[in-house]
Design a protein. Structure first.
Length: 190
């Protein structure tokens, strides 16, 4: 590894001790030196409202900040919980804002960039939410990494009381995913 990449990472959960936020924190800890991971908090982003979605910069400030962070990134890392067999409203809302063209001379911040997905949840480890997220990302031609997969089953057993990932197997999976995202991003640059 020699080229450097910047990754915008976010979890589709608002809870501070969320297991999915724990996955993002683990990714930051385990990233190789060639990867800088900037964590984005989705909490300040308002619900999508077309009346607030004016031409750049006439958007809510948290939305503009989010779009700028995504636009500055080389790749994305998303951690999704699974609610009712799908992604959370928080995550879908953020992606709805980011999928729009922010201005006449600017493509959507998500457009065509590489991404990796991971998730922590119950019996099925977010498999359905991850499938739905892949489908949502098709709209902006996001290049989602297929393997390795990180689907943490019964995630309560993999975290401490603060939601930090302590299970070594899961930490290894997250490390493999971040390394694979690095290679995927470099490959797509060529």
């Amino acid at each position: 590894m020699s080229e450097h990449i910047t990754v915008a990472a976010f979890a589709g959960s608002l809870r501070r001790k969320s297991h999915n936020r724990g996955l993002v924190r683990a990714a930051v800890e385990l990233a190789p030196p060639e990867v800088t991971i900037n964590v984005i908090d989705l909490a300040p982003i308002p619900l999508y409202n077309g009346e607030l979605d004016g031409p750049w910069p006439a958007k809510p400030q948290p939305v503009m900040d989010f779009i700028e962070q995504l636009a500055a990134a080389d790749a994305f890392l998303m951690a999704t919980p699974e609610y009712n067999y799908s992604v959370t409203g928080v995550l879908k809302n953020a992606l709805d804002w980011a999928s729009r063209q922010p201005g006449p001379d600017r493509p959507p911040a998500l457009q065509g960039k590489p991404a990796a997905i991971m998730g922590a949840g119950g019996r099925y480890g977010t498999v359905r939410a991850q499938a739905h997220l892949r489908y949502i990302l098709l709209h902006n031609d996001v290049k989602v990494l297929n393997k390795p997969e990180v689907m943490v089953v019964r995630s309560g057993d993999a975290v401490d009381s603060e939601g930090n990932i302590i299970d070594q197997h899961v930490r290894n999976q997250v490390s493999e995913l971040v390394h694979a995202l690095y290679k995927w991003t470099i490959q797509l640059r060529k």
